[in-house]
Write a protein that binds this ligand. Structure first.
Ligand code: AP5
Length: 222
């Protein structure tokens, strides 16, 4: 099973991708996480993309397509994936199709996560994550079970993203409206697009996605 989670910043793509990894043994491929790892390691690529990411703009299609192609190449044979944050433009969507065709793979589902803009701003403003393992939390919706201790790895340090400042969030939302939302009809026409109500609580969003993946025509273990 190969999936795309498609939605605006803060829609819950990363949160649901982690759950899908655990439930179905799929691999999360998050272009945002890959770029942040390059930045954290101080690589030339990380330095190149820093200002672009911090301004809420998109990194160039060439860079992103190379990054994702390398990761798909390294996947163990037969292992399915969840694309989180890719594709984000029409050229990226077409490059993905070409890449999958070359490898004899197919895209099973594109899950659109719909969330109101006001809720997105609230979610992003309250987001923080574990500095060690990256587990994601929210000031109100998802606090660690024990205050100040990561549920996943027990670490005590947490960080907030540089691009989660309110002015950058507005730019990210407008980038989504202009460049990413227009690819939805492309996937609708292919018959693979399904939409979930991303305003629901995290568990209910997960249940909606599971229903889609376990319905005829989609094969989580295939
Ligand atoms: P990226 O890291 O992909 O950011 P994004 O798409 O803006 O998405 P986010 O990670 O902000 O949100 P999310 O949907 O994963 O939500 P989350 O689960 O964390 O990209 C960052 C930058 O990298 C881009 O701006 C661009 O510059 C560059 N980039 C990346 N990919 C690129 C590409 N393909 N092409 C070009 N450039 C690229 O949830 C958010 C918060 O809400 C959390 O606190 C969570 O706990 C909470 N939450 C989640 N679900 C719910 C719920 N149902 N109810 C209440 N709270 C919830």
């Amino acid at each position: 099973m190969n999936l795309i989670l498609l939605g605006p910043p803060g829609a819950g793509k990363g949160t649901q991708a982690k759950r899908l990894e655990e439930r179905y043994g799929l691999v999360q491929l998050s272009t945002g996480d890959m770029l942040r790892a390059e930045r954290a390691s101080g690589t030339p690529l990380g330095k190149k993309v820093q200002a672009i990411m911090d301004s809420g703009q998109l990194v160039s299609d060439d860079i992103i397509v190379d990054l994702i192609a390398a990761r798909i190449d390294r996947l163990p044979k037969g292992k399915g994936f969840i694309l989180d944050g890719f594709p984000r433009t029409q050229p990226q969507a077409e490059a993905l199709d070409a890449m999958l065709a070359r490898k004899g793979l197919k895209l099973d589902r594109v899950i659109e996560m719909k969330v109101d803009e006001m809720a997105l701003i609230d979610r992003i403003a309250g987001r923080f994550s574990c500095a060690k393992c990256g587990a994601s939390y929210h000031d109100r919706h998802r606090r660690p079970h024990q205050e100040g201790v990561c549920d996943a790895c027990g670490a005590h340090e947490f960080v907030r993203r540089a691009d989660d400042r309110p002015e950058t969030v507005k730019a990210r939302l407008s980038t989504y409206r202009e460049l990413t939302a227009p690819i939805l009809p492309y996937y609708r026409a292919k018959g693979v697009l399904r939409t979930v109500d991303g305003m629901a609580p995290i568990d209910q969003v997960a249940a909606q996605i599971e229903t889609i993946l376990e319905s005829p025509g989609a094969a989580p273990n295939g």
